[in-house]
Design a protein around this ligand. Structure first.
Ligand SMILES: CC(C)(COP(=O)(O)OP(=O)(O)OC[C@H]1O[C@@H](n2cnc3c(N)ncnc32)[C@H](O)[C@@H]1OP(=O)(O)O)[C@@H](O)C(=O)NCCC(=O)NCCS
Length: 222
């Protein structure tokens, strides 16, 4: 999980990547501030550990987060300047949309944003799939960068209550049903929701308010 360095002066042009994604029915663009709740819920559903960094990216202006959407459904995101200036990440593409150069377009868009800010290099923080960055962006590992900026970071210290966890779990189910275009995920989420007892249904109501529409097997308690 070392950091990697990307030469921003050697970036490929962005436009062809955006057009390629568009030809596949996916729009890649900078997120808008009003989309923050949707994007956070999406990230919470798929990569909950990255929610706080995405939140931080939305605190910047212009918003330091790019999204990929197929119609109304989010399929991916990429942030920059979320943990420190000039850092790229986090980023993610839902499994059902991977391998179609969407991650490439998102990452390239964020890298171009860093270049436009005046940086010569971008740092990819705590890299998972190093081969993706090597292959697509010529990234090189930074020696001695583990754990880097994450050294001593508190974990499992959110102080959130069990009630919050129930609500968050319920919201994940709801967002999965609403926003995820994967039928498998949706049917799994629905099965889970239907199997959940009172606490979960109450959580769904708390998380979704009036937007919650009870369905068969997921009705409010009498
Ligand atoms: C990494 C991730 C964003 C890539 O998204 P993607 O849309 O599937 O990637 P793309 O289709 O744009 O891939 C671009 C190129 O990189 C290659 N590639 C993608 N993932 C790769 C991997 N894990 N290892 C090696 N090469 C990879 C692709 O084959 C493609 O090659 P091509 O130029 O020959 O077509 C996605 O796999 C993901 O969300 N992973 C889970 C979250 C994660 O690890 N995020 C990164 C944290 S640092």
């Amino acid at each position: 999980m070392s950091d990697m360095l990307v030469k921003l002066w050697e970036l490929p042009p962005l436009e062809p990547a955006i057009e390629d994604a568009s030809a596949r029915g996916v729009i890649v663009r900078r997120a808008l501030a009003p989309e923050k709740p949707l994007v956070l819920a999406f990230v919470r559903t798929h990569w909950p550990a990255w929610e706080a960094e995405v939140d931080a990216a939305f605190a910047r202006m212009p918003v330091a987060c790019f999204v990929a959407a197929r119609g109304d459904a989010l399929v991916g995101f990429a942030c920059h300047d979320a943990i420190a200036p000039d850092f790229f990440g986090p980023t993610g593409v839902v499994e059902s949309a991977r391998g179609r150069r969407i991650g490439y377009a998102l990452t390239l868009a964020a890298m171009h944003a860093l270049k436009a800010q005046g940086y010569a290099y971008a740092i990819v923080g705590g890299v998972g799939p190093a081969a993706f960055y090597e292959k697509a962006f010529g990234a090189v590992a930074i020696p001695g960068s583990t754990p880097g900026i994450y050294a001593g970071m508190l974990r499992n210290a959110s102080g959130r209550s069990p009630t919050h966890r129930i609500t968050a779990d319920a919201r994940r189910l709801w967002v999965g049903l609403q926003a995820d275009d994967s039928r498998t995920f949706a049917s799994t989420a629905r099965r889970r929701a239907e199997a959940r007892p009172t606490r979960m249904r109450a959580g769904v109501r708390a998380a979704c308010g009036s937007a919650f529409r009870p369905t068969r097997g997921n009705r409010p308690d009498p």
